[in-house]
Design a protein around this ligand. Structure first.
Ligand SMILES: NC(=O)c1ccc[n+]([C@@H]2O[C@H](COP(=O)([O-])OP(=O)(O)OC[C@H]3O[C@@H](n4cnc5c(N)ncnc54)[C@H](O)[C@@H]3O)[C@@H](O)[C@H]2O)c1
Length: 338
């Protein structure tokens, strides 16, 4: 039950992968939350019984109703589409959902005088970086519509602060990975495009092999390098960002990564080690738009938010992913609750 006298946090996209892990931690910290998710991608079971309004941010009247009924004091905003490839073939879908949906949300926040927002941004706003690790001050030049929608929202947030005093923290995640160490929730995307769950699916015999897209990059072993960050570490950063806003911090943006990169080949080796399966791999041509290396310069989040990722090795992240996938080989669907 929610207590009407306690401040409530509205979590959009809270039934999705990162949102559900953040909701679990917010509730463990004694926060009252209300989830708004249309469940087109997310899963009801991932909400773990938290109050959930099944609605789309595009439905402005519904969003207004939620603000009037629950009177949240802050918003954590995950809801968006996040497939880079699909954003290239169907940009309308991405601009409409990610930009229009957020504009509705911000307009209703303004109307309800809610002035704290934590936003899910992405390293995809940097495009192909000039330097690695990438500092927050690096120019933002996204190379696909998905990244552009996220940059547009960051720009909207800047303007809403300037004009209306709506303070926000944009968290630019690198590669979210892993699962709830207690095994209650995990990553279940249809289709799956992320490397770690795909490796688990190969280990489970659900896929024949893992495809390596490009082995001639200018990286130590020729494959792409990414900064994998555990989903619970991301969740912790949201709690810290929210607390900072509540203490009066100004708007800001932070990279969230470990600051260390791992190549695709290193990830495959780690998956062989963690799962005990062979994980056959196949070398394929490069995919257009894949930067060779994306690694976070993560000092600002450490220095200003006091955030330190607990999961420092890819193996420790993979272990949590593997135990979720082994226990839920068909994802949430097997429980008939998605
Ligand atoms: N997964 C990553 O590695 C990663 C990296 C950088 C940024 N991000 C961003 O983090 C956020 C969460 O990512 P995720 O991997 O958990 O994605 P996800 O798809 O699992 O979760 C997004 C949730 O938002 C909901 N949603 C989408 N549009 C909606 C709308 N208009 N109205 C209501 N609900 C809506 C979906 O049903 C889903 O439950 C996204 O904004 C994504 O762009 C993710």
């Amino acid at each position: 039950m929610t207590d009407p006298k306690r401040p409530m946090v509205l979590v959009t996209g809270g039934a999705g992968y990162i949102g559900s892990h953040t909701c679990k931690i917010l509730r463990q910290r004694g926060r009252d939350i209300i989830i708004l998710d249309d469940l087109r991608i997310g899963h009801r079971a991932a909400a773990l019984g938290a109050p959930l309004i099944q609605a789309n941010l595009i439905d402005r009247e519904k969003v207004q109703e939620v603000f009037e009924k629950y009177q949240p004091s802050a918003v954590v905003h995950f809801a968006a589409y996040a497939y880079v490839g699909e954003s290239v073939t169907d940009p309308e879908k991405y601009y409409f959902n990610n930009v229009m949906g957020t504009l509705n949300l911000l307009a209703e926040m303004r109307r309800a005088e809610v002035d704290h927002l934590v936003f899910s941004s992405t390293c995809a706003t940097y495009g192909t970086p000039d330097e690695v690790p990438i500092p927050e001050s690096h120019p933002q030049r996204p190379i696909n519509p998905y990244g552009r929608t996220k940059l547009m929202v960051e720009q909207m947030l800047h303007d809403f602060d300037h004009a209306y005093g709506l303070r926000s923290i944009s968290l630019r995640y690198f590669n979210a990975a892993g699962s709830d160490p207690e095994g209650e929730i995990g990553e279940d995307h249809q289709p799956e495009t992320h490397l770690l769950p795909l490796l688990c699916q190969v280990a489970l015999g659900q896929r024949e092999q893992i495809d390596i897209y490009g082995s001639d990059y200018d990286t130590p072993d020729g494959t792409c390098v990414r900064d994998y960050i555990h989903v619970n570490d991301l969740a912790e950063a949201h709690v810290l960002a929210l607390e900072a806003l509540e203490r009066g911090a100004g708007s800001n943006a932070y990279n969230l990564g470990t600051g260390r990169g791992q190549s695709v080949r290193e990830a495959i080796e780690a998956a062989r080690h963690v799962t005990g399966h062979a994980i056959p791999a196949r070398e394929c041509p490069r995919r257009p738009g894949d930067p060779p290396a994306l690694v976070a310069g993560a000092a600002r989040a450490r220095d200003e938010l006091g955030w330190t990722p607990k999961y420092q090795s890819l193996e420790s992240i993979l272990e949590t992913a593997w135990s979720w996938h082994r226990a839920h080989p068909s994802g949430y669907d097997e429980e008939g609750e998605s």
